[in-house]
Design a protein around this ligand. Sequence first.
Ligand code: LCS
Length: 395
Amino acid sequence: MKDAKLALESLCVHAGQPEEAAGPVVVPIYASSTFKFRDADHGAALFKGEEKGYIYTRMLNPTVQALEDCIARLEGGAFGLACGSGMAATHTAIAAHVSTGDHVICSESVYGPTSTLLTTVLSRFGIEYSLVDTSSLDAVKAAFRPGTKLVFVESPGNPTLVISDIAAIASLAHERGALLVVDNTFMSPVLQRPLELGADIVVHSLTKFLNGHADVVGGVIVVKDEERYALVRKTLNHLGGVLPPLEAFLVHRGIKTLHLRVERQCDNAQRVAGFLEPHPKVAWVRYPGLESHPQHELGKRQMKGPGAMISFELKGGIEAGRTMMNSTRLCQLAVSLGGVESLIQHPASMTHAGMSAENRLKAGITDGLVRLSIGIEAAADIIADLDRALESIAG
Ligand code: LCS
């Protein structure tokens, strides 16, 4: 099936699964930390790279590699590298390409720890950064410096859902000798394929849509060529944040239904956003599928669907938001996103609490912003739950 030109839906089911005519249908869990060599020369040849094979699970494992192949195909890339978390993927992708004194441009509206990785961790190693509104190409252009090595874009951004023009930013970066890394977590390869738009590297938190069942923490990096793969693999081997085989198996299983889940989640989210926007207690709703979204047209060009994430603010501000979050029953009050269950949370005090208040506000993450991740339940049940929670707010 490796050579077949399969549609994404078929790749979700088959990519990375066994090719042999007879044998298991699903890649087994190779729960082995290490692999035997035929003889001493074989071991030495594997270490030198003269022969291909498995040495040690931190370096490569058959179950993990099967997942990496699957996601690389879904993203239209050449190689994948599975990591122990989305943050491990982000850290590894950046660390592989920057040195002391280099400069990174990053979307200002990103998952909180991605921003604080730059502002509080990598900055201690002399990596410079600019947090920028990457929905503005002028702002991106103005942020470049001679030492800019990498641009990191999350689109749509967590939690504001601001959309950045990936193809245009790829051109800007490449004209200036920088790489573009895109965090595609909010979209999954079903809705957006950044490598085809010109990005050099894609990262994901596997914890979200790809696994989809809230039972694994993981991440992945996808690259386009063998040279970059070797560089990033070496960095990952040394940093050590790899995904264990059991988790890889679970994510690979989750991906079989990715296209079905995402389709249903988009459909549900569109209905929920349509319910919230005209509601008298709601001040504003931000959802790429609404015409009121500032980059609605760009979203339609760049993305195959609007996704499952909705942000909104109530007229009663954070006090009303707190009452609502304490009142939902079907929508669980929990961070994370992209799973089959609908979740509700408050970025300013939860996922983005580690950012400075100044950086949060600059990125549009107001204190009253509430974020929903819409699951695959019946849309009517999700809406009824939100409706009931909104009714519990006084006035
Ligand atoms: N990238 C994005 C866009 C994310 O939303 C997250 C986690 C990560 C990377 C990091 O992935 P992890 O290390 O957690 O696998 N986002 C979360 C969120 O919004 N709520 O809880 C986690």
